[in-house]
Design a protein around this ligand. Structure first.
Ligand SMILES: Cc1cc2nc3c(=O)[nH]c(=O)nc-3n(C[C@H](O)[C@H](O)[C@H](O)COP(=O)(O)OP(=O)(O)OC[C@H]3O[C@@H](n4cnc5c(N)ncnc54)[C@H](O)[C@@H]3O)c2cc1C
Length: 390
């Protein structure tokens, strides 16, 4: 079991970390250690986790923790999702796409879905029978989401979807995909709608390559193609066409916060592993931690990580009160992921050559860290959003 973060940073438990949340984090860490960690090297090689791991997570109560019990969830809050997200980070199983399924995809259905949609999809997402993905990015449009070309045209009581998406997390496993589409390409943001595609039910849907990434190897990230895919009009999220962009803007702060939770848990793990390593490793007749450079580096990183942890805890607290602004969520995402990359790089350095060997966990942490500055809105886009508040 990885060293618990509190042992590394010593930041007191925040108020929102009530006993049931702490117990869930402990239970999730133990479940991941027992059921996922032993297979993780294989998942990295096959570039996806086993389908059975999703069902196992569902049976263990780790899917849809913040969804109401009436829809098969555990009736928790974002605090419970944060506990699970951080358990993934601290056990080094961050490539298992539960966080996106739980805390990004399911909330769109809960917040914007009709009663019928919630009853139909959420219990299956809670059991792992359905795996969620959200498809915004296209080959020609990532940061500039208004530039997407995928269309959903109404035809009687169906929408017909045409277009292609790329870089979609859970893209090989997902069978419930929220597709960001243009219902009226002449209207810009106001012509955007969110369409739920149940891939087992439709024709014309095709998965492309499972993309060969630098890191986060155990997550399936894919191209998706929609060729005259017909879905019932009842699969649109929202009461009328054109609400998609506003729906995205409402949910994106939580997506950014969850990336910050991922980042801080992985920072704590990197520090814990590295502190252990430099205490063991000898050079010039003494432990590497006895060099002043090692101490200063780790003192700097611990100080910055402590500030980041306090800030992330504050952001979670604000979010639970419904008061997390888009600006603050963007700060959390950008600051923690920049720090994660810095910490991972310095921790590799303190491991010397072993840090560059894939069999050492810190090497994978270095590779996995890099994408955190790119997805969920790049850190440049985060700065644009923060700058709007100046
Ligand atoms: C592993 C992985 C998983 C992903 N998962 C998903 C997913 O599940 N669903 C999904 O929809 N997408 C997903 N993405 C896509 C991700 O969100 C996009 O890659 C990201 O938003 C950037 O878009 P882009 O790649 O098109 O880069 P571009 O938008 O082409 O950006 C290129 C560069 O230009 C900069 N830039 C762009 N606009 C500006 C500006 N206005 N000012 C300053 N700089 C700017 C960017 O910051 C970047 O540095 C994933 C990506 C990866 C790598």
């Amino acid at each position: 079991m990885a060293t618990l973060p509190s042992e590394v940073l010593g930041v007191p438990r925040p108020d929102w970390m009530e006993d049931d949340v702490a117990m869930l984090e402990d239970m999730a860490s133990r479940w991941l250690e027992a059921e996922v960690v032993p297979h993780y090297d294989r998942y990295e090689k096959q570039e996806m986790v086993d389908r059975s791991a999703w069902e196992g997570a569902g049976a263990a109560g780790l899917l849809c923790a913040s969804m109401p019990e009436e829809y098969g969830g555990s009736g928790g809050t974002y605090a419970h999702e944060a506990a699970i997200i951080e358990a993934l980070g601290r056990t080094g199983t961050d490539g298992f796409g539960i966080a996106l399924h739980n805390a990004i995809v399911a909330p769109y259905i809960l917040h914007f879905g009709s009663e019928e949609q919630k009853q139909k999809w959420l219990p299956k997402m809670a059991s792992g029978e359905m795996i969620g993905a959200i498809a915004m990015t296209e080959p020609g449009a990532g940061s500039d989401l208004q530039g997407i070309k995928t269309t959903a045209k109404k035809d009687g009581n169906h929408y017909v979807i045409n277009g292609s998406k790329t870089f979609i997390t859970n893209g090989q496993h997902a069978n419930l995909i929220i597709v960001v589409s243009k219902t009226d390409p002449t209207k810009g943001a106001k012509g955007t709608s969110l369409m739920v595609v149940e891939t087992d039910e439709v024709e014309g849907f095709r998965r492309g390559r499972n993309l060969d990434k630098v890191g986060l190897k155990s997550n399936d990230t894919s191209e998706l193609f929609f060729d005259d895919v017909r879905i019932p009009t009842a699969n649109m999220l929202g009461t009328e066409e054109g609400q998609g962009f506003a729906q995205l803007m409402t949910e994106l702060p939580q997506e950014r916060l969850l990336i910050a939770n991922q980042a801080i848990s992985m920072i704590e793990r990197a520090l814990a592993i590295t502190i252990d390593y430099v205490k063991e490793r000898k050079a010039f007749g003494k432990a590497v931690i006895e060099f002043q450079n090692t101490q200063f580096k780790l003192a700097e990183l611990k100080s910055e990580a402590t500030m980041a942890r306090v800030f992330v805890n504050h952001c979670v607290g604000e979010h639970l009160k419904g008061q997390l602004s888009s600006t603050t969520a963007s700060m959390a995402k950008y600051l923690t992921t920049d720090l994660q990359c810095k910490v991972a790089d310095e921790c590799v350095q303190l491991h010397g050559g072993y840090g560059y060997m894939n069999e050492y966990p810190v090497a994978r942490m270095f590779r996995d860290a890099r994408v955190q500055r790119i997805y969920g809105g790049t850190n440049e886009i985060m700065k644009l959003l923060i700058a709007r508040s100046l």
